[in-house]
Unconditional design. Structure first.
Lengths: 223, 715
């Protein structure tokens, strides 16, 4: 199974995302922001980083990258897409996911081992977890506060589209402790914490993040 | 606005013109020397170049005579692939891998503009690493500020930390360690040092030289603007006078996004074999890059300054020569490879301009609007600057300071008093957790961070297949260096060496950042000479070479210099990072062992500082043979899987080490003070060559036997 990882100028966690795909048993395929070619991948990860420097609004420039035109079409057609951190921001800017990510409420960049509760396993990226499962993965962001209007938040909750929630500490002021959400179909997931940094016991706080990558690979094999 | 530049022809025609060499930081004798080299007065462009390149910051003119010791006393070693003098030294770590690492200071810019000063400190050291052909894999920041509750600290610290985070996080380099120290001596003179480590295959080493007549000189990266003009000489070579004018315009502004592109673009052109020589643009900008490339190569270069891409079209040629705009590099490229080179730059959206070519003239010639404004022998600019034998003498107060021993200070005696002292020290600014700072740095990016702060050393994996990795620690206790600079430098070396060994790293090489007051003060110069000699002697004894470093002078306000602060970085090899040792208590029932000997050594200690505000006496005894024996035990125990945890003993002694080991994962320990020692001395002495380790009950005998075999005491 081939999982594409897009590199934008300023992407930082692209190598990590590719490693996580490999650790989970998949084949990672490098995708370039300037191409119009998704290279026949079965799923795509938009990695963390500061695409184009994020000097405007995070993800606001990346959404106009040539590769995004193809990706938006493919995602609307059901291609699984996981956006991590900056990738989540790009998915929101691309309107594949509702809401927006704003500056952390404490105004500081924060890097910590974050406890999360998996709220939904009906997405293509979380099917290998159990509902209510608690995991610890790194979180690192300066603009990770998830916001949306009340109606949108209610709809996300009602439709079971809140994928993960912060436990113990809300590190960035996200509304309703939301750490990740999905689209209606469950193929597009945006997540502020970094599961790709928790796939090896040696370099991560846990291996709890591996589930996102095994979920998609198992799902694709079964499909 | 156009203005006729001061050309070489003008300099010959108008030899009498008065020149502002003093405002540019040059002394009268230096100006006279430039006139002698050129056989005429310099043009204003030449004056700009000489002034920045002959500044203390760029020329090491006061320190050179002492720094030679690092080469002269170099231990016999075959680990050094590239030595002192290049952008950064390169060390062989085995399996075809090499590592390059270096620390630099950005003290003065960080005082003037904390955020940008600290940010561009990271940017500069990272470019040093990529210009060796290495991929940067981690950064560390040794930081020193005034008292934690002083207004100057409140002004400087948040900006420095935000700048390091803002730049380093956006660049995608994990921040794996460093130091944060508070002491009133750094008020108005914060020390912001930055270390970067990079990895490369042996065959990928590149050097800064312009070889091959007809090869093209390419400037690529950010456009040149008016930032940092004169920064190198004006900021780094003059002491801050109280009430002086604000110097903000002289600080550079960083763009980490451009730096990230520059890393990827540079590594791609290097790996494609498109580069004959490469040099980063840091202090002194184009002046430095062109003169150093030419001086190291075939000796001649012709540059057309009009070709330099500008952000600000009103810049004068002198300003373009001196500009310290960040995120720029210069490469020497063969004409038949230039199209490939420019294509890779275009791929990364990096501006590139051919600004000149290598010549056989032996001269660096720079033209502007068709006229020659610089014509100099490049070596006189880059390498043959002035060298000073500054007078130095043991300060008149040194004996009194050393005689003021802490023996008569009241010591805690009862259990309650000892308990209160443990808590007071643990909560003091220098010993308390620094996570409020380090949580603002990304330590996970790149996915190879095995250990990061607050562990004894940062450990990164270099090879995912074999598990080969490196451990790095930086250390310095400025109080010890004040009491005895020779011993203080060796104690800094010993602590970094011990920290690396505690994680299981076999110490291999040394870098340094020597932060001192004014070299024009004989007291300071004596401290410097003693510290360099101590460090060189120590490295020789431990058998680990100095690969490079940095000197920062003029860290003083008025006549009050900072404590001499020779920050020492030690790099070690971890054969398999899966075997690394962590610092925390983990397993219930493990036995806690103290390795090394504890003596009554409290001069310069954290206890004397925090409880009594006292600094006097002689620092703890240096015993490098004991350090070597301890390190051998720690590395062998780590590789053999004999220990569960290891933590070096330094500031705060046994008491603080145990506090840190317990707090990391919330696992406590019961410690028995040995009957032969006064409990206070046992808890708070800062005797060196000691570490605490834990071992499972069935391993205790093996650990003890290993220690005894190497002559290390066990309690």
């Amino acid at each position: 199974m081939k999982v594409g990882v897009v590199t934008f100028p300023g992407s930082l966690d692209d190598r990590d995302a590719a490693r996580a795909v490999r650790v989970a048993g998949g084949e990672a395929v490098a995708l370039w922001h300037g191409d119009h070619d998704l290279r026949d991948v079965d799923a795509v990860v938009l990695p963390g980083g500061f695409s184009y420097g994020d000097y405007l609004r995070c993800g606001a420039i990346a959404r106009f990258a040539p590769i995004m035109q193809e990706l938006v079409k493919a995602a609307e057609g059901g291609l699984p897409v996981l956006g991590i951190c900056n990738g989540f921001q790009i998915l929101c800017e691309s309107h594949l996911l509702p809401g927006a990510l704003v500056r952390n409420d404490n105004l500081h960049f924060v890097c910590r081992d974050q406890r999360l509760r998996i709220e939904s396993t009906s997405t293509m990226w979380t099917s290998d977890y159990e509902v209510g499962q608690e995991i610890v993965v790194p979180l690192k962001n300066g603009e990770g506060g998830y916001v949306a209007d009340e109606a949108t938040l209610d709809r996300l909750e009602g439709e079971g589209r809140v994928v993960a929630r912060y436990l113990e500490v809300n590190p960035n002021g996200s509304r309703r402790d939301i750490a990740g959400i999905s689209n209606e179909r469950g193929n597009v997931v945006g997540l502020m914490p970094h599961p790709e940094h928790a796939v090896e016991a040696l370099t991560g706080p846990t291996t709890d993040g591996l589930g996102f990558f095994t979920s998609i690979l198992k799902g694709l094999v079964e499909a | 606005m156009t203005r006729h530049p001061d050309t070489v022809a003008d300099a010959i025609a108008h030899p009498e013109r008065e020149q502002p060499y003093e405002q540019l930081g040059l002394k009268a004798n230096e100006y006279a020397e430039i006139r002698e080299i050129l056989g005429r007065r310099p043009t204003s462009g030449e004056l700009a170049m000489y002034s920045v390149m002959w500044s203390e910051h760029c020329s090491y003119k006061s320190s050179k005579v002492h720094l030679r010791q690092f080469g002269e006393k170099k231990p016999e070693t075959d680990t050094l692939l590239v030595g002192i003098g290049e952008n950064a030294g390169v060390v062989d770590i085995g399996q075809g891998w090499a590592v390059t690492f270096k620390v630099e200071s950005h003290n003065h810019p960080s005082y003037v503009e904390p955020y940008q000063g600290a940010a561009t400190g990271i940017g500069g050291i990272v470019r040093d690493i990529i210009s060796m052909g290495a991929r940067p894999v981690a950064v560390m920041d040794p930081l020193r500020f005034g008292a934690a509750d002083h207004p100057d600290t409140h002004r400087v610290l948040p900006g420095v930390v935000a700048g390091i985070g803002g730049y380093g996080n956006c660049l995608g380099l994990p921040n794996i360690g460093g130091e944060v120290v508070f002491d009133p001596c750094y008020q108005g003179n914060p020390l912001v040092n930055a270390l970067c480590v990079g990895t490369l295959r042996h065959e990928d080493i590149h050097l800064a030289s312009a070889k091959g007549v007809g090869n093209l000189v390419v400037l690529y990266g950010a456009k040149t603007g008016g930032d940092g003009i004169g920064g190198a000489s004006i900021l780094a070579s003059e002491t801050f006078e109280d009430g002086g004018p604000a110097k903000r315009p002289a600080v550079q502004v960083g763009d980490p996004f451009m730096e990230k592109l520059l890393i990827e673009c540079t590594l791609e052109v290097l790996h494609a074999g498109l580069v004959e020589g490469i040099q980063d643009l840091g202090a002194a900008g184009i002046s430095c890059a062109t003169s150093e490339l030419a001086s190291n190569g075939d000796g001649g270069m012709h540059v057309v300054l009009d070709k330099v891409p500008l952000r600000d079209h009103t810049l004068t040629p002198e300003e373009i020569l001196m500009s310290e705009s960040q995120e720029r590099m210069a490469a020497v490229v063969r004409p038949d490879r230039i199209d490939e080179f420019l294509a890779i730059c275009a791929k990364w959206d990096v501006d590139a301009a051919i600004i000149g070519e290598v010549t056989a003239t032996g001269r660096l010639v720079i033209e502007w609007q068709g006229e020659v404004i610089v014509d100099v022998p490049p070596r006189t600019v880059a390498h043959d600057g002035p060298v000073y034998e500054r007078p130095y003498a043991r300060p008149s107060w040194q004996d009194a300071l050393q005689a003021d021993v802490p023996d008569s200070l009241p010591r805690p005696k009862t259990a309650d008093e000892l308990r209160e002292t443990v808590l007071r020290l643990a909560a003091s600014p220098n010993l308390a957790s620094k996570s409020w700072i380090t949580a603002q740095y990304d330590r996970y990016v790149l996915g190879n961070t095995v250990l990061a702060q607050p562990e004894d050393a940062g450990v990164v994996r270099v090879d995912e297949e074999s598990g080969l990795g490196v451990a790095i620690s930086t250390d310095c206790n400025g109080r010890f260096a004040k009491l005895d600079p020779y011993a203080g430098a060796q104690l800094a070396l010993a602590e970094a060496y011990r920290n690396v060994a505690a994680t299981g790293g076999d110490p291999l090489a040394v870098t340094n950042c020597l932060n001192f007051g004014s070299p024009e003060d004989p007291d300071v110069m004596w401290q410097f000479e003693r510290a360099v000699t101590g460090l060189a002697d120590g490295c020789l004894q431990l058998g680990i070479p100095v690969t490079g470093g940095n000197v920062s002078f003029y860290n003083q306000t008025g006549t009050a210099a900072i404590h001499p602060t020779p920050v020492v970085g030690v790099l070690g090899v971890v054969d398999d990072v899966a075997q690394r040792t962590q610092m925390a208590f983990r397993e219930m029932g493990d036995v806690v062992l103290l390795l090394g000997e504890t003596r009554d050594e409290l001069a310069g200690s954290e206890w004397a500082h925090v409880v009594h505000g006292h600094l006097g006496g002689l620092p703890p005894r240096v015993d490098l043979e004991a350090e070597r024996a301890l390190a051998t035990v720690l590395v062998a125990a780590s590789r053999g899987g004999l220990v569960g945890a290891a933590h070096d003993l330094s500031e705060g002694g046994v008491a603080q080490a145990v506090v840190e080991m317990a707090l990391r994962h919330g696992v406590g320990a019961t410690i028995d003070a040995p009957a032969a020692l006064d409990p206070f001395v046992f808890l708070f002495s800062e005797s060196t060559a000691r570490a605490i380790v834990t071992a499972a009950p069935e391993q205790v005998e093996r650990v003890t036997a290993l220690a005894r075999e190497h002559g290390v005491a066990v309690q």
